[in-house]
Design a protein around this ligand. Structure first.
Ligand code: R5P
Length: 303
């Protein structure tokens, strides 16, 4: 994929309200100056956004995640910031969106559906976005029909490194379905142990899933379940149940986007998972790994 190269002049990091801390860390690591954003929410729920500084003639990176809750509001804020940047004379607008909402609706699974993630991309393009970087998008093919250059970075090595630092080098890296085996492989490269996957079938109408484990041998091993997203926690709870049946030792889980909807966190712990580790793509209690270094490297490489 071709990602636009910029001239050697640095850029400004616009601190989106949904990722303010992360954006400030990126600014500190890259040395690119940060630009604060004033935000107000009107009594009717609409957002007002104003960039607090000049972007005239600048390349800008808007750091704004679009995770729940209120992902639609966060998406609109991102679009408003892109529009404000372009109207303020920014030369190039890069949207840095750690969690990209609607990425799982990346094709028409059933007749009558749309492709939500492409609608989102077209909306961002219309607002002024010239290119986009995200992190561990559910499926890379989602980016193929975007109306601008777009790429996905992987935070999995950072998650695996967290466990190495805690002394779990050599742990088994497990993905909860075959499609996510590439994630387990990336983790394995850092952890240095074995890797494997479960199988998961989802009923597209009911959303129910069935998980199975053909020939998985994890007896007595420390296992870390790696996934891109934890939403309701059902996938991790199911995996933990299988791991218990298979006689695994310690069980942890790591995911890039820990949405943890409802009582997911409690259900996962109740299932025997000792620790849940996520990133600041979804700021919260389990966002123990920051994406700042990953995003900074990317922005520096483009400048
Ligand atoms: C789907 O295939 C994803 O990779 C995740 O496994 C899924 O989104 C997790 O959802 P939940 O936590 O609701 O099981």
């Amino acid at each position: 994929m071709y990602f636009l190269r910029r001239k050697e002049k640095g850029m400004k990091v616009i601190c989106g309200p949904a990722s303010k801390e992360l954006a400030e860390r990126v600014s500190a690591l890259t040395g690119f100056s940060s630009l604060p954003v004033a935000i107000k929410v009107f009594p009717d729920g609409e957002s007002y956004i104003r960039l607090e500084g000049s972007v005239k003639g600048e390349d800008v990176a808007i750091v704004q995640t679009t995770c729940p809750p209120e992902q639609d509001g966060k998406l609109f804020q991102l679009a408003f910031m892109a529009d404000a940047a372009k109207r303020g004379g920014a030369e190039k607008v890069t949207a840095v969106v750690p969690y990209l909402a609607y990425a799982r609706q990346d094709k028409m699974f059933l007749a009558g559906e749309g492709v939500s993630v492409e609608t989102v991309a077209r909306m961002l393009k219309a607002a002024g976005v010239d290119e986009l970087a995200t992190v561990n998008i559910h499926s890379e093919t989602a980016l193929e029909n975007f109306p601008f250059p777009a790429k996905t970075l992987s935070a999995v090595p950072l998650l695996a490194e967290y466990f190495v630092q805690k002394g779990y080098e050599g742990a088994f890296a497990l993905s909860p379905d075959k499609g996510a085996m590439y994630i387990a492989r990336q983790a394995q490269q850092v952890l240095g142990g074995d890797a494997g996957h479960l199988d998961k079938q989802r009923d597209r109408y009911t959303g129910q899933t069935v998980q199975t484990a053909e020939g998985l041998n994890v007896k007595g091993q420390t296992v870390i379940v790696f996934d891109d997203i934890i939403s309701t926690g059902e996938t991790i709870v199911g995996a933990a149940k299988i791991l218990r049946e298979k006689g695994a030792g310690h069980v942890f889980c790591a995911c890039v986007h820990a949405l943890l909807i409802g009582d997911a966190e409690k259900r996962i712990h109740d299932a025997g998972v000792e620790e849940i580790v996520g990133t600041d793509s979804v700021p919260g209690r389990v966002s123990k790994v920051s994406l700042a270094s990953l995003l900074s490297q990317e922005l520096k490489a483009q400048n």
